[in-house]
Design a protein around this ligand. Sequence first.
Ligand code: WT7
Length: 662
Amino acid sequence: MCHMANTEGSISSVLSEKRMFHPNPEFSESATVKSMSEYERLYHSAEEDPLKYWASIASNFHWFKKWDTVMEWNEPHSKWFVGGETNLCYNAIDVHVNTWRKNKAAIIWEGEEGEQLTLTYLQLHREVSKFANVLKRRGVEKGDRVAIYMGMTPELVIAVLACARIGAVHNVIFGGFSANAVAERINDSHAKMLVTADGAVRRGKTVNLKDVVDEALVETPSIQNVIVHQRTKQDIHFQDGRDHWWHDLMGLASEYCPAESLDSEHPLFILYTSGSTGKPKGILHTTGGYMTHAGNSFKHVFDIKEQDIYWCSADVGWITGHSYIIYGPLINGATVLLYEGAPNYPQWDRFWDMIQRHKVTIFYTAPTAIRAFIRAGDEWVTKHDLSSLRLLGTVGEPINPEAWMWYHKFIGKEKCPIVDTWWQTETGGIMISPLPGATPTKPGTATRPLPGILVDVVHKDGTSCKPNEGGFLVVKHPWPSMLRTIYGDDERYKKTYWSEVDGMYFTGDGARKDEDGYIWIMGRVDDVVNISGHRLGTSEVESALVSHDAVAEAAVVSRPDDLKGNALVAFVTLKEEFEGDQKLRVELRDHVSKEIGPIAKPDDIRWAEALPKTRSGKIMRRLLREMATSKEVKGDMTTLEDFSVLEKLRQEEEKSHEENSK
Ligand code: WT7
């Protein structure tokens, strides 16, 4: 299966994974989509007439005014449900308040110290309506941008939904970002209002959010008002006239605030995502199309049932939190668990303890978290009763097959399907994923696209790759929740997504399609390494390393080499009980050689206590590449989560340099 084609745009695929897991019949019986043949039927009818399919999905939601035209396409700009009017907050809350669900828990919140708060749909409706009135009273109008910078508390969800209710455009800024990053995002979106908190709680400490805000606001002339939620009750600086307490304003607000009837293409939110270089991109999503896909994909991929307790451990500061903590679940009337704090506080079993106590049925997390749990040791898991779980999910990076197997075995007890969901901030919702009652899964692949989503793996010229031949992952037909543009920079939008392959949306990812049509993500195309003329996807070599018993996590990059053009450098984090030495180095090299072939054998192996990651958990291979090449890291580091990681790697690098050359 090892194709080494190397025409332009091809990436050699070397990973071979043969295990396959079928959904258990009990699960399938009550699932939304019950079999592969049902999926195929759905998929093919949607493929034949995508607009008809999307129109039928959109009509499941509440529209104040029905659309005239399903879609208008003016490459590369699409408009969906043109002429229609709706409101996403109305679809997420009001529709339930008019049914028996009004007293169903919408949000069950747990603070890091164990505090709990439950908001029913009716209670959420009241809080959101009040806060919407607060925003209006403070001068926020339809179309204005509102920046939201706070920790994972119910108020964050309330603020987001209140914006949607009145047609203000929310711009959520992850609570871990620095003053510079906050100021940059506020300025780029010209936000008029900032909603924040005095502090946030993280790993038993308080983070001084308001201090960061005060520093940021020196450079943000557009902000007129700041609303401060009192979370930690620490002393903060308060600027009269500009700063207001959340509880003061809420105390005065009326709970009557009808949802605005908004044009389907009315902007819903801007969410910043970092490009590989340069300033972050403000990804713009609009109302009707985003609602349609977020709501529908949640229902199908997570197979949601009334009695489920659904937990997504992401932060609302990322797209995962927007689409699959707030909008997708609430549109479907689900009960969402919202957790404020860290996965290892007070100990490494916090998540498993929470799943046991809340009887969580569906759990959605990231490969980076799974690898951290593997590293911490199985005993944290095995002491808890996880029998309430019925479905697991992952998102954010390719999941290494061995990490998938661990998740399947230790968390899912070999009975829960795993939905490995591929998507992006730009796509707004899940694009490629198993349907848990239908799709047989293979560890390491997001399997097949959802109905209505036409993806392919192509060469640079747009022609399809052969099975198992690596190429560019593209989307060939517009979909309702696609980004509309990069806010304030339409040229960059065209250049980034629509100029790589003619007439297709380019995802930036390398991938291959196997003989069953399953898509295997091989990593970002920017991270592809070229070894002796073969372009290899980093994720495959990393997965081979992770399949060794001693390895918890690995990142592979290349550095220039006189002989081969490039040499492979692997940064490896070992499981707690293993020691990195020369013997293990040799063993790991042989292991990769056996798993993939000698071509992928790392030239250097460097022990890394931890890898540099973005705040959302993605490995920053670019920094590692700089480190492997020049020993110095100069590029943009504003998204790096922990600076000490780089320093430790630098020290390690001195040591391993000698040993690797032995
Ligand atoms: C990039 C998008 C979508 C929410 C979180 C990330 C990678 C995401 C998978 C997956 C392999 C994945 C891709 C993608 N990615 N999910 N299941 N398998 N890779 O959103 O920060 O916009 O990142 O994350 O490289 O392009 P994002």
